[in-house]
Every structure is written in structure tokens, then in C-alpha cells.
Design a binder for this molecule. Structure first.
Ligand code: GDP
Ligand code: MG
Length: 175
């Protein structure tokens, strides 16, 4: 079966584990250890074909203490997650984008990446507008989706979208 390796990246506390666990186990976690890095498998049906997603939920990381480049090389597709309630996490999205592209020697439009604005249920604590997320994604040739792991809003959509983009790029490269 075709397998896509999906890496979930972003600063600590934005909800990387929460959206991954919501998608894989359909549970909401409130107190997940931020230092745990774990991988999950899930089979999905994408356009009538079964495929497997190997999802690596990475440990918290920022511009000072970051993952090894080797980890970025293991991804076929990337979810770059920030929290709409935390401006700094949004400011660092660009940093993650550049790292991923730089390490893989690819241009932004050649890498399957989705910018994910999580915690959209916390409207009263919002620090980053929808428009800002959308503008950044447009500038960086990425898809943009706001999610909530709490209410399960758009969580499936994000994983299906990244699976689809990853598959498309692989097909294109094989031609
Ligand atoms: P990670 O460090 O990026 O993996 O973040 P976690 O998944 O551990 O989440 C950090 C905290 O934010 C936890 O207390 C979660 O319960 C909470 N959280 C994650 N996603 C959401 C969400 O969509 N809405 C709300 N209200 N809280 C969330
Ligand atoms: Mg985590």
C-alpha cells in the first residue's frame, strides 16, 4: 500500500499532539507531554484508493532548539501548526517553512505543506486573524486551514488535504 510520511511541526503547545490524536484516535487530549515525539499510523481512502499515513508528531521545537535536519528529510508532506491564540507561534511558521525547504533543497511550491491555524474554538483569545493566515499561505504557496482539536473542526480535512498534496507531488515526480 502506498504510504505517505507526514511530519507535524510547530512550536510547543500549539496542539500538534492534540490534532494528531484527534485524527488517529478521535480523542481530545488536555495534558499531553510536550516533549513526547511519537508516530502514528492510519489507513485512509483517498479518491477510492487506500493509502497509509505515517504521522510523526514531533516534540516541541523553536528557532533556538530545533530538530535535526534528518527529521525534516523523513517527511513527504508537512503540517506546520500554529495557535491562533499565540502570535509568536504564527511568526515562527516562516522559520519552519524555510528550514523544511532548505534542508530538502526544494522550493516552497515543490513541498507539500499546509499551514494549520489551530485552536479556532478560542475566538475570544484570538491573536492572529484568519486573513493573516491566509495571506501568509498565499505568499508561501501553501494551503491554509484553521482547525480545532477540541471541537474536531477541519481536523480530518487537514490530513486528507496533506495526503492528497503529497500524492500529487509524488505522481508528478514519477512522470
Ligand atoms: P503540542 O505541544 O503542539 O503537541 O501541543 P498539545 O497538543 O500538547 O496541546 C497543548 C495544549 O493546548 C493542551 O492543553 C491541549 O489540550 C490544548 N489544545 C490543543 N488543541 C486545542 C484546540 O484546538 N482547542 C483548545 N481549546 N485547546 C487545544
Ligand atoms: Mg506534542
Amino acid at each position: 500500500m502506498e504510504t505517505h510520511n507526514i511530519l507535524v511541526v510547530g512550536t510547543p503547545g500549539v496542539g500538534k499532539s492534540a490534532i494528531t490524536i484527534r485524527f488517529v484516535l478521535n480523542r481530545f487530549v488536555t495534558d499531553y507531554d510536550p516533549t513526547i515525539e511519537d508516530s502514528y499510523e492510519k489507513e485512509i481512502v483517498l479518491d477510492e484508493n487506500k493509502c497509509r499515513l505515517d504521522i510523526l508528531d514531533t516534540a516541541g521545537c523553536d528557532e533556538f532548539s530545533c530538530m535535526q535536519g534528518i527529521t525534516y528529510r523523513e517527511g513527504d508532506g508537512f503540517l506546520i501548526v500554529y495557535s491562533i491564540t499565540n502570535r509568536r507561534s504564527f511568526d515562527l511558521v516562516t522559520h519552519f517553512l524555510h528550514e523544511i525547504c532548505h534542508i530538502n533543497y526544494l522550493k516552497e511550491e515543490e513541498v507539500p505543506m499546509i499551514i494549520v491555524g489551530n485552536k479556532c474554538d478560542l475566538e475570544i483569545e484570538r491573536e492572529v486573524s484568519y486573513q493573516e493566515g491566509q495571506d501568509l499561505a498565499r505568499l508561501k504557496h501553501c494551503t491554509f486551514i484553521e482547525t480545532s482539536a477540541l471541537t474536531n473542526q477541519n481536523v480530518e480535512e487537514v490530513f486528507y488535504a496533506i495526503a492528497r498534496e503529497t500524492k500529487q507531488i509524488k505522481c508528478y515526480c514519477e512522470e
